[in-house]
Design a protein around this ligand. Structure first.
Ligand SMILES: NC(=O)c1ccc[n+]([C@@H]2O[C@H](COP(=O)([O-])OP(=O)(O)OC[C@H]3O[C@@H](n4cnc5c(N)ncnc54)[C@H](OP(=O)(O)O)[C@@H]3O)[C@@H](O)[C@H]2O)c1
Length: 269
């Protein structure tokens, strides 16, 4: 088969930029999210095949996977759908927010991965040597999970988002162990501060003024920066597994340290 990738959470931010980048490099793309109008606009721009699907709904995910199989299969999956809700302390947080974060960032990731694995396995058996560079019957497949630096460092107010992304990191490791011996690589990309239009807005429940604050006086990553690094991992020879890729803006040395204002070389005293 030709290279064909399924990207969840493709209607905005990193997911949309990822679909654009794959398409630029000649991949066939399948764009998955809940908002049909945004997906249609992306399809008009990139030629993506669009599937409207809520990754927290098992029946919708099964229907999504069936449509992927029916329309040509896939040899790659990006589990990108996710997000944060709230910045409350653990003692003040809402269990509903925590459940929602787990549903999309962890259980949705598991549901999509389980539904897609038979399709990815089938792709390894029907590889097109011209597309993959390896003999037919010995193809490869790839999975990449979008976690976050919040899945590797906890911070006050991180609460449910930290817990969900740490869990997504753990699930990625478990999957890599469980798939060992199969020609399927399992990768994780953990970005730091990325200026996407909706992530912080959703986290802060629509407060547009507060949502811009993290990006003031600093040069954050853009979704296109993340997409370039992400797609590059899929473009490596198929036996190369980048287990964990961490990407931050230069101005951010950890979740606790973001340098605001212009960056300047230190001058000798
Ligand atoms: N922005 C950052 O600073 C940052 C940093 C590190 C990691 N990340 C992670 O990177 C990923 C993308 O983030 P982003 O900044 O691009 O966020 P975003 O702009 O808010 O995009 C999130 C995407 O996920 C989709 N989505 C949410 N719930 C879904 C569901 N139940 N079913 C299907 N799709 C769903 C949304 O589309 P619909 O609403 O149309 O379904 C949207 O396309 C997330 O996993 C996020 O946690 C972000």
């Amino acid at each position: 088969m030709r290279n064909r990738v399924v990207v969840t959470g493709a209607s905005s931010g990193i997911g949309a930029a990822t679909v654009r980048r794959f398409a630029e490099l000649g991949w066939e793309t399948v764009a998955v999210a809940r908002r049909a109008d945004r997906l249609q606009a992306l399809a008009a721009e990139t030629g993506a095949h669009v599937i409207v699907c809520d990754v927290t709904d098992e029946a919708q995910v099964a229907a999504m996977a069936a449509e992927v199989a029916r329309t040509g299969g896939a040899n790659a999956l990006v589990n990108n759908a996710g997000g944060a809700l709230g910045t409350e302390r653990v003692e003040d947080a809402s269990n509903d927010d925590w459940r929602a974060m787990f549903e999309v960032n962890v259980i949705g990731l598991r549901t999509v991965t389980a539904a897609m694995l038979p399709i990815l396995r089938a792709a390894t058996e029907h590889a097109d040597p011209e597309a993959t560079g390896v003999d037919a019957g010995h193809g490869w497949a790839s999975i990449l999970n979008l976690t976050s630096t919040a899945g590797h460092s906890a911070y006050p107010g991180g609460g449910g988002y930290n817990a969900a992304k740490y869990a997504a990191h753990a699930v990625t490791e478990v999957l890599r162990h469980e798939l060992a011996g199969e020609p399927i690589r399992v990768m994780e990309l953990a970005p730091g501060l990325v200026h996407t239009e909706e992530f912080t807005l959703n986290r802060l429940r629509g407060d547009a003024v507060a949502a811009e604050k993290p990006y003031v006086d600093v040069t954050p990553l853009q979704p296109e920066d993340v997409a370039r690094v992400l797609v590059n991992a899929f473009e490596q020879p198929p036996h190369v597994n980048q287990d964990l890729i961490v990407i931050r803006p230069v101005a951010q040395s950890s979740v606790f340290h973001t340098r605001r204002g212009p960056l300047a070389a230190r001058t000798a005293e």
